[in-house]
Structure formats: structure tokens, C-alpha cells
Design a protein. Sequence first.
Length: 305
Amino acid sequence: MPLKGVGVAVLGGDARQVIVAKELHRQGVSVKTFGLFSKELNGIEQCRSLELLFQNVQALVLPMPGINEEGEVYTVFSKSPIMLSEAVMCLAQKGLIIYVGVAKPRLKGLSRNIGAKIVELAEIDELAILNSIPTAEGALKIAIEKTPFTIHGSPVFVLGFGRTGLTLARVVSSLGAKTTVAARNEQQLARAYEMGLATIHINDLPDYVSQAKIIFNTIPALVLTKNVLREVSRNCLIVDLASAPGGTDFNIAKKMGIEAILAPGLPGKAAPQTAGFMVARVVSRLLKEEVTNWSLQYGGACSES
Ligand code: NAP
């Protein structure tokens, strides 16, 4: 077991973190948790304090949303807030690796002060592609629940054709939606065309968007502006998946009577178990790489057994 004996703290979070803790434990990692409550954690050390959590760990797995600017850890299980302060972080051993979805400035500052290394999981292609699966299913669920018509046969626009847009376009088109992809990148448009989808350049959106009955946005920039929304049918549903604040002018959409939903965190909502396995898979692979590096540098500390 390459990870046997490596100490990892799993802090806060939701059902995904429970799976991460379980999976790492199964792989021989010495897992400790704090702020996670589940029967599934039987056999895993559940710490009574952050001080105990930080003892003898080489890595810290934070929930995908990480901590806010006040230092509060995202958690759904703990009734009292879990605060990550400088004093607490100082208890960590030198060279701590912190795995987190997105690191906000506060976390970056805290890590810098103790010389920890941050790995932003949302930046990793492998996880972004894997996450696009539950994201697409979650987006589809919203669209199905919010519309009185079938996806099949409906004109659906997917804005952006990166990791999430591609999966989503494939999913809706395989359900029989008349799918149009709007993107700025010619290579992505070529790929969408190859997949048998209709394509338009994002700049031409105002000319075509009136056809859409559902718009899924994955572009993290304001693309559904007042000018574009003016052309959108009042019966169209917008599901905006892009990270906050999304790519829609929500105030204008509301004024125009267009239903627009910002839908963050879909993997954790739509399929926490699968999403947890995906995080665990990537963290475990990255940890194995670190362990190999440590072995090379220190000739066997935390080495493979
Ligand atoms: P991605 O692979 O980088 O794809 C983004 C797409 O948007 C690409 O087609 C990109 O084109 C395009 N784009 C970016 N900026 C643009 C601009 N200013 N104008 C026009 N097009 C632009 O990202 P992703 O992994 O698919 O994620 C997309 C968004 O969804 C992110 O904000 C991510 O945080 C969010 N997300 C949300 C959820 C959820 O649960 N709601 C889940 C996963 C991801 P280029 O390649 O030309 O830049």
C-alpha cells in the first residue's frame, strides 16, 4: 500500500468528505477527521479538537469550497462554526500539503504563513472532467423539474464548451434535445460540429438565442447581458452553472420575467457519493506522487511499503 502510514487530516465538508476519509483509510492512510459525523466513519479517528487533528499529519483535505474570508470551514455536519486560524495552522508540521477545491485569499495567506503548499483541485483537469458528470446530471435534474416540456425535441443552448459544457451538450443531445453550442473558441466549435451539434460563435448569440427553450451557461463571464436577454423568450429557462456570480445578469432577467437559476455545487448536491469518490481518487493519486517525491528526497521517510 503506497500510502500506508501517511497522516491525513480530513476537515469539515459534506457527504463527499465522508467518502474521501473512508477511501483514504481503505488505502492505508492514517486518517483523522474533525467536523464530520457519519456512521460510515467507524474505525477512523475522529478528533475532539483541531489541535489533535493537526498532530502528525502530512496533508490536510479541506472541503471543495474551502474556507471563507473569515477563516470558517465549509461544513454541513457541525452545528458550531469551525474556524481555521493562524494559531491552529501553526500546529501543522512544516511542508503540510493542503488539498482544496478553490483556495480563497484567506486560505492562501494562512498557508503562506506556515509554509504549506496548496493544491487547488478545481484546477486539475482530471477532476474537472470527472466532476462534469454529476454536474451535467444535476443541471439536467433542475431543467427537468423546472420545465413543463421534455428535453427531448426541445431547442437547448449550451454556452461554453470546456469540460462542463462538452459533457452537458453530449448528455442533453443524447436525450434528443436540439442542441446548439455557443463558444468563442473555434476548436471547441469544430468539436461540437463533429459531434453533430449546431454551433454558433458566442458573439452571434443575440441573433439565435430566441430559439432556445433552455439555456445552460458554463461560461464564467457575463454573457447573458441585457442585450442578449432582450432576445430570449420569456418562457425560456436559464440554468447558470458558472462559478458565482455566474454569467447571467440575474437582475435584468428577473425584471424581464425570465427564470434564471444560478446552480452552484452540483456534484455535491446531485451525487455526493460519486463526487466524493472522484475527489478521493484524485487526492490519492496526488498524495502517491508526493510520497514518491519524499522517498526520493529523504530516502524512505513515508516511503512505499
Ligand atoms: P472550462 O473547461 O474552462 O470551460 C469554460 C468555457 O467557457 C470554455 O468554452 C471557455 O472558452 C469559455 N469561456 C471562458 N471565458 C469566456 C469568455 N470571457 N467569453 C466566452 N467564453 C469564455 O471550465 P469548466 O470546467 O467547464 O467550468 C465552467 C464553469 O462552471 C466554471 O465557472 C466552473 O467553476 C463552473 N462549474 C460549476 C459547477 C456547478 O456545480 N455549478 C461544476 C463544475 C464547474 P475558452 O476555452 O476559449 O477559454
